[in-house]
Write a protein that binds this ligand. Sequence first.
Ligand code: DLL
Length: 431
Amino acid sequence: MYNRQMETLPKGELRALQGERLRQVLKRVYENVPAYRAKMEAARVTPQDIKGADDIYKLPFTVKQDLRDGYPFGMFAAPRSEIVRLHASSGTTGKLTVVGYTRHDIEVWSELMARALAAVGATRDSMIHIAYGYGLFTGGLGAHYGAEKLGATAVPVSSGNTKRQIMLLKDFEADILCCTPSYALYIAEEIRKESLSISDFKLKAGVFGAEPWSEAMRAEIEEKLGISAYDIYGLSEIMGPGVSIECEHKAGGHIWEDHFIAEVIDPDTLEPLDYGKEGELVITTITKEGIPMIRYRTRDITTLLEEPCKCGRTHVRMKRVLGRTDDMLIIRGVNIFPSQIENVIAGISGVEPFYQLVVDRVEGADILEVQVEVSQALFSDQVKKIEAVKQLLEREIYSALGLSVKVTLCDPDSLPRSEGKSKRVIDKRKF
Ligand code: DLL
C-alpha cells in the first residue's frame, strides 16, 4: 500500500476525520462561494448545524448545472492566484464544466493516484504507459502525477496512434497500461493484427476506466492482453481518475474516504439509500480547496459495499458503475444500460466485443438494434452458423434483460474503434 496508515485507518477514526474535514470545507465554501451560501440559506442550514459526517444529509445537493451556471470559475473557493491547474470536461450540451486545483489539490490527487497504482501492483520499478488523453481531460495528467508520486516511470504517450503505442509498450517494456477499456481492446486487436504475441510484452496490469465496462469485458481484456485488469473510477468534478480503485480482490473499488464522503441516493426521491442498495452515487469532497463539491450528484449508478475487504483497506467499496442515469435507455418500458448488453456480448463466442446500439422508433414502438462484429473465424464459416449465433445473442439478451432486440452481425473491422471514451448509442428517435 502506498499509505498504509491512511488506507487501513479504523472505521471509527475515518468517520471522525470525515466529520472534522467536512466542517472545515463547509466553512470554506460558505465564506467563499456565493452559490453555496445561497443554497444553504435556502435549505436553512449553516456550517454550524453540521456536527459530524452523519449530518451530511441536511445539506443541499450540488448538480452539474450549478457548475454550468457558474461557468467558468463561479464555484471556485480559492482565489485565482492559488489555482495552479485547470481541467474541463465537455458535456453533451456544449458548455464545458471547468474545475480548478490548488497546489494542495494536485498533491492530494497525486497521492490518491499513487495509492491506486500501488493497489494494482505498481512499484517504483514500474514502467507506466499512460494512454489516457492528456489535456483538459483529467485522465492523462491524473495518472501521470500519480505514477511520478509513486516513484515509477511515467510514459506520457496520450491516446491515439495505436501502432506507435504498441511499439513503445514493447520497446519500453511497460508493466502497467492506463487507458479506457475500449482502447485496451483496440490495442489488443492491433497487437494481434501485427502478428505480435503477448509474450513480446512485459505487461502485467491495466488500470481501466473513464467509461462503463462489464465483467465479461474484463475477462476478454485479461485474456487478450495476458494481464490483470482493474477498474478505476473518477470524474473531473470530484478530482479526476482515482476517486476509487479496485484492489487485488476486484470486489468493488475502494473510495478514499479520508478525502471523500460517499452516499447512494434514490435518484427519483433523493432519499439516502442503505449500503447494498443500488442508486445514484453522491460524493462530497472534504479536503478540496479549488472547487469543493458538496453532495455532488454524479449521475452514476452503483452500490456501496460496507463489508470489510480482505485486503485490509477500511475504505468503503463501490460496485462497478452500471452507467450514467442520462445514458440509461428506456425501451418499451424496460430500463437498460449499454454495459448490460456488453456483458452478454462479451460472453458469447463467435462475436467480438465491438458493438453499437441503435435506437429507433418505428410506428410508435421503440426498437433496439444491437450491432456486433463477428469474429474472423465465424465470418468465413457457413451462413447457418452465423444465423445461429445471431439467434443465440437475441435469446441471451432477452433472458438477461427481458427485452427483445434485433441483433445485426457486422463484418469484422466494420464498427468504429475508440481511443478514448467510446460512444455506444445512436439514438435516432425524434422527441
Ligand atoms: O473520466 C476521469 C477518469 C479518467 C476516470 C480516467 C477514470 C480513468 P470525466 O471525463 O469527468 O472524468 O468523466 C466522468 O465517466 O461520471 C462516469 O460516468 C464515467 N466513468 C469514469 N470512470 C468510470 C468507470 C473521467 N470506471 C464520468 N466505470 C463519470 C464507469 C466511469 N464509468
